[in-house]
Design a protein around this ligand. Structure first.
Ligand SMILES: [Zn+2]
Length: 458
C-alpha cells in the first residue's frame, strides 16, 4: 500500500501543506502528517494536486442510466414526474441481468471519474423482465455488487421493499411487477446478500422501503425495528405534491409527519428528497438526526420542487447528495444547483451555509455533503483521518477557474466554476481507480454498455 505526499490536503482540522498520508494494507488511512519532511526510509508517491476526501453518492438507481437523455421530449402539455415515470417503467422492463451488470459498470466508472467514491444503490429491479421471481432473490442485486467490484467503487446496497401501488392499498400495476418484494422474500434477499457480501470490503447492506406509497407505514416500522442498530435505512418521501395529497387524504397526516410519528427514524436513516415539508416536519427531521438525501439535478429534471434548505440548516439538519436518476454524474454540479435553486427562490446568496456561518460557500456545501453522505451510507469515509477508508480525490488545477487557488477557494472554484470535472485522480480503499481522468476498465466495459443500451432502448 502506498504512502502519498500531497502538496496540500483538506484534513478535519482544515487545509494543510506537504501532507503525508500512510495507507494500511486493509485500505484504511493509518496516519496523516502535515508539514512532512523527507527523512530516512522515505518512500512516498507524490500526487499532482490538492487532495480532498471522496464524495459519497447517497442515492442512485443504476438502471435509469440507460434512459438518460431519452425522456426530454414533451409529449403533451401536462408533462410531469408521472409521465416521466412511464418512460422509466418502459426502460425498467427491458433491463435483464447482463444489461444491468454492464450499465452499472459504466455508470460506476462515470461516478468515480466525477469524484464519487461510494454509491448508495437504491435497488428495486428485483424480478425477471416478465415479472417472474428468480430462484435466488439476489439475482439482480448481485450484478450491482459485481459492477462495484469490477470498477472499485464503494457501495451501500439498499434492497427495496415494494408492495403496493398507492396509499389506497391497490395491488401493483403490471408495470410494477419487477419491483414486487414483500417482507418474507426480503428476509431471504437480505440473507442471500449477506452471503454474497462476505469478504467484500467496501460493501454494506442496508434496507429501503421504497416510499409510504409503496409500503404501509406499519411494515416500515416492523421491518426496520427488526434490523441491527445502525443499519442504513433509506426511503423516498414527499418528492411530489400528489404523494403529499394522497397521504393526507388516506391517513390524515403528511408523509414526513406520518413517518416521524410511526417509524423509529434516527441517525441511520436517510429521507430521500423530503421536498414538500412544513416547518414542524423540518424541525422533526433535524432533531431525529436523519440525513436528508438531496438530488438537485434529478429534482430539477423531474420538476419536483425545491427543498427548504435554509430553515433545515437553521435547525442543524444534515444533508448529502445523490445522482438519483443518473441523468448527469457530477457532484460539483449537484452542489452548485442546490445552492443556485435556493439563491433564485430566496433572492439572496450563500444559502447553503448555516445561518450564522460565514466564509466559503463551496467548502461549506462540500463539507456538509461529504459528512452527511458518509453517515447515510454507514461507511467509514468522508475524512482524511486515521481509521477512515483511503477514499480521496486529487483535484485538477487546470480545470479550476483560478488555477492557483488555495484552501477553501479551491472548493469554491470546483463547485461554482463549472467547466469540466475538476478531478484528476481518484483513490478508493487505497487503490488508484482513476488516473489522469482515465479508468482502466472503461475500454472493456464500453462495448458491453453500448450493447445493453441497444437492447434496452430498441
Ligand atoms: Zn430515487
Amino acid at each position: 500500500m502506498p504512502s502519498l505526499l500531497a502538496p496540500s490536503a483538506l484534513l478535519p482540522s482544515g487545509w494543510a501543506e506537504d501532507v503525508r498520508i500512510d495507507i494500511a494494507p486493509d485500505g484504511t488511512i493509518a496516519q496523516v502528517r502535515a508539514d512532512a519532511v523527507e527523512g530516512a526510509g522515505w518512500d512516498v508517491e507524490r500526487v499532482a494536486g490538492p487532495v480532498v476526501a471522496g464524495m459519497p453518492n447517497l442515492h442512485s438507481h443504476a438502471f435509469q442510466r440507460a434512459m438518460a437523455g431519452l425522456a426530454e421530449r414533451r409529449r403533451d402539455p401536462s408533462d410531469s414526474f408521472w409521465t416521466w415515470r412511464e418512460t422509466m417503467y418502459r426502460a425498467a422492463h427491458r433491463v435483464g441481468p447482463e444489461d444491468l451488470a454492464a450499465i452499472a459498470a459504466m455508470l460506476f466508472i462515470e461516478m468515480l471519474k466525477a469524484g464519487y467514491t461510494t454509491v448508495g444503490e437504491f435497488h428495486y429491479l428485483h424480478n425477471d423482465t416478465d415479472g417472474a421471481l428468480f430462484a435466488d432473490p439476489a439475482e439482480m442485486s448481485v450484478r450491482l455488487i459485481q459492477a462495484a467490484a469490477e470498477t472499485g467503487i464503494g457501495m451501500t446496497l439498499l434492497p427495496v421493499l415494494y408492495m403496493r401501488a398507492g396509499f389506497d392499498g391497490a395491488p401493483l400495476e403490471p408495470a410494477q411487477r419487477r419491483f414486487a418484494m414483500d417482507e418474507d422474500r426480503m428476509m431471504r434477499l437480505l440473507g442471500s446478500l449477506r452471503r454474497h457480501a462476505r469478504g467484500m470490503g467496501g460493501l454494506r447492506i442496508g434496507l429501503a422501503p421504497h416510499s409510504l406509497r409503496a409500503v404501509p407505514v406499519e411494515v416500515v416500522r416492523a421491518m426496520t425495528a427488526a434490523l441491527p442498530d445502525e443499519t442504513p435505512i433509506h426511503i423516498h418521501v414527499a418528492e411530489q405534491l400528489r404523494e403529499v395529497e394522497d397521504c393526507l387524504a388516506k391517513t390524515g397526516a403528511r408523509p414526513v409527519e406520518l413517518l416521524m410519528v410511526e417509524a423509529p427514524v434516527g441517525p441511520s436513516w436517510c429521507l430521500i428528497h423530503a421536498t414538500h415539508v412544513e416547518q414542524s416536519e423540518i424541525e422533526d427531521i433535524a432533531a431525529s438526526g436523519a440525513v436528508v438525501g438531496l438530488c438537485p439535478i434529478t429534482e430539477a429534471n423531474l420538476g419536483d420542487g425545491l427543498f427548504p434548505l435554509g430553515p433545515f440548516l437553521a435547525a442543524e439538519g444534515r444533508f448529502g447528495i445523490g445522482s438519483d436518476s443518473n441523468i448527469a454524474l457530477n457532484p460539483w454540479e449537484e452542489l452548485r444547483l442546490l445552492e443556485y435553486g435556493q439563491r433564485l427562490s430566496q433572492r439572496r446568496r450563500g444559502v447553503g451555509l448555516p445561518p450564522r456561518a460565514s466564509g466559503s460557500v463551496g467548502a461549506g456545501l462540500y463539507h456538509a455533503a461529504v459528512a452527511g453522505g458518509a453517515a447515510a451510507l454507514g461507511q467509514p469515509v468522508g475524512a482524511l483521518a486515521p481509521g477512515c477508508r483511503a477514499d480521496l480525490l486529487v483535484l485538477d488545477r487546470s480545470r479550476l477557474t483560478q488555477p492557483e487557488a488555495e484552501g477553501d477557494n479551491l472548493l469554491d472554484c470546483a463547485v461554482f466554476g463549472g467547466s469540466g470535472l475538476p478531478v484528476r485522480d481518484v483513490m478508493v480503499a487505497g487503490l488508484w481507480r482513476v488516473r489522469e481522468g482515465r479508468h482502466p476498465a472503461e475500454e472493456g466495459v464500453r462495448p458491453r454498455f453500448l450493447q445493453a443500451l441497444r437492447h434496452v432502448n430498441r
